[in-house]
Design a binder for this molecule. Structure first.
Ligand code: FRU
Length: 319
């Protein structure tokens, strides 16, 4: 596969401290876990780990990194994966971190996240990217003012690129329960809507969620007066999606026989969809199907390292 222009994921890089248990702990008890380890996490950083291993495009992470020597492994790990981080600003502050409980009994992951005043990326950090290097920009929906300004820059750049092949596609993840991030979705090409945000907005079915958000959006001049496509993963069932022309479909996912590690499965799904759209040129429902397969594969393996074997295992299983 030829390497394409970069895919950049903009958001957080986090330290995940993980405890694997056979039963969820009872409050105020002192227990040993089955195994424990720490790894690089954060939605955008996880997206990068998956995208890089699926291949076909150079991958970059853009987010605030900690310069604290104690957490240098976060940067080293990006290098190990071949994820570019040269445009990331650094702060002296320690990185955000999460305590994660993975419960073998149910397959659940419980995350307690701590982000004490860690500085956010600003427009000036986004504006330094040389846009001609990029084919796809994926953004965690946070810091709307800066991100909107950056999206405007990309739209202007796209206008200058008459040939659509040279344009940059924009995806936005709307996951955090904050009304003010919805505006970011309207200006993207593809929106990943989180189930929790959808239910917070009063939508209790994937079709209601996806069409509810689609109806809220105004047609975009930059998208030939169509609207962004929207994908809403709905737990183990599958995902609802609507394309830019308003065609809805539900793409079911296959049941995973044994869940080994569900941390970051949503980030893996998202990366799988982006890979399928950008690198493999698939249609939206096909891309969602591929997203499910990569996420299902991840659920059966610990961490993200094994995703490098995803395509080979797919080929062998289809023989
Ligand atoms: C998984 C994840 C973890 C991180 C947390 C932050 O989706 O990105 O890696 O600790 O979410 O919310």
């Amino acid at each position: 596969m030829d390497q394409q222009r970069r895919i950049v994921c903009v958001g957080m890089c986090v330290l995940d401290v993980i405890h694997v248990v056979d039963h969820y702990p009872v409050e105020d008890t002192d227990k040993r876990c089955v195994t424990g380890y720490w790894q690089r996490g954060g939605n955008a950083s996880n997206n990068c780990s998956v995208l890089q291993q699926l291949g076909g495009a150079h991958v970059e992470f853009l987010g605030m990194l900690s310069a604290s020597p104690a957490f240098g492994f976060l940067c080293e790990d990006c290098h190990k994966y071949g994820i570019a981080i040269e445009n990331c600003p650094k702060t002296e502050k320690d990185p955000p971190f999460s305590s994660v409980i993975l419960n073998n009994e149910t397959g659940s992951r419980t995350i307690i996240h701590s982000n004490p005043e860690f500085p956010l990326l600003e427009y000036k950090h986004l504006a330094q990217l040389k846009l001609s290097n990029y084919g796809w920009v994926h953004l965690e929906g946070r810091n709307p003012e800066s991100v909107l300004q950056f999206i405007k820059d990309i739209r202007n750049y796209n206008k200058e690129m008459k040939n659509t092949i040279n344009q940059i596609r924009i995806s936005v993840e709307l996951e955090k329960i904050k009304d003010e991030i919805l505006i970011l979705g309207e200006s993207a090409d593809i929106v990943f809507l989180g189930k929790d945000l959808a239910t917070y907005l009063g939508w209790n079915q994937p079709e209601e969620a996806v069409m509810g958000l689609y109806d809220k959006f105004k047609p975009q001049a930059e998208l030939n007066n169509s609207k962004p496509a929207i994908i809403c993963p709905w737990g183990a069932e599958g995902a609802g999606c609507v394309d830019a022309q308003g065609n809805y479909c539900f793409v079911p996912s296959k049941k995973v026989p044994l869940i080994v590690d569900s941390l970051g499965a949503g980030d893996t799904f998202c990366a799988g969809v982006i890979h399928a759209l950008q690198v493999l040129n698939k249609s939206l429902p096909e891309a969602v199907q591929i997203g499910h397969s990569v996420a299902g594969y991840k659920l059966g393996h610990r961490g993200y390292d094994n995703i490098k074997n995803f395509w080979q295992d797919q080929r062998e299983n289809s023989k």
